[in-house]
Design a protein around this ligand. Structure first.
Ligand code: DC
Length: 209
């Protein structure tokens, strides 16, 4: 089974994806990390984020072993990822890797922006996670501080709104819920509550309800 989790920045879809994968014994891919790794490669090399040829080359040379690099979680890399992910040829270069990951047994949970719409349109279960921007900004601020980074909640909110706008309005695979996605609003749920709500959706789909 393939479970597609999509949603905007800081909606908690990554943590949810990881928890669901653990619950079902599936593999998990946080696809945002892929775009973050491409952005980091460009920044490290001193290249412009809009240098399409370099960005595509970086996408083709990705090393999944580096996906756990802690710097990939930073806001600076997240912003840069939002820019490179708008380049259609970069997205194309990353499609096969994601589809292959999804197809390998025993099953997979992928989270991102376009999993249910573009990467795995046939996923058995699609969940689109949403939360109020203020709530997302608050959570992200706490996470950044827990990592020892300084974070100003108002700036984090401005960044989230800017990124939402860019992710929603780009021509290539814009952020949007698939027609058959189940919307999960976790504004008023903690992590456990979100996991329970997602499992309820998945079990209902499996039972054909
Ligand atoms: O989910 P995230 O914050 O790690 O994603 C970082 C950026 O990568 C986000 O602004 C948009 C992009 N992204 C994407 O375009 N498609 C995906 N499947 C995942 C992320």
């Amino acid at each position: 089974m393939i479970i597609a989790i999509d949603g905007p920045a800081a909606s908690g879809k990554g943590t949810l994806g990881k928890r669901l994968a653990h619950h079902y014994g599936y593999r998990h891919l946080d696809t945002g990390v892929i775009y973050r790794a491409v952005a980091k490669a460009l920044l490290d090399g001193g290249y412009d984020l809009t240098d399409e040829a370099r960005a595509v080359a970086a996408a083709k040379e990705l090393d999944p072993e580096k996906f756990s690099h802690p710097e990939l979680k930073s806001q600076r890399i997240g912003d840069a990822a939002s820019v490179v992910s708008a380049i259609a040829s970069v997205r194309e270069a990353l499609v096969n890797f994601q589809r292959q990951f999804a197809a390998d047994p025993p099953g997979a949970v992928l989270d991102g922006r376009d999993i249910g719409t573009v990467i795995c349109p046939n996923a058995e279960v699609k969940i689109f996670v949403v939360a109020d921007p203020q709530v997302r900004a608050h959570r992200r601020t706490l996470e950044a501080r827990a990592r020892g980074e300084e974070a100003d909640e108002a700036l984090v909110l401005a960044d989230i709104l800017k990124r939402d706008e860019r992710d929603r309005n780009r021509a290539a695979a814009p952020l949007k819920a698939a027609a058959d996605a189940h919307i999960l609003d976790n504004s008023h749920l903690d992590i456990e509550g979100g996991v329970r709500a997602a499992i309820a959706i998945i079990e209902a789909v499996r039972a054909g309800r």
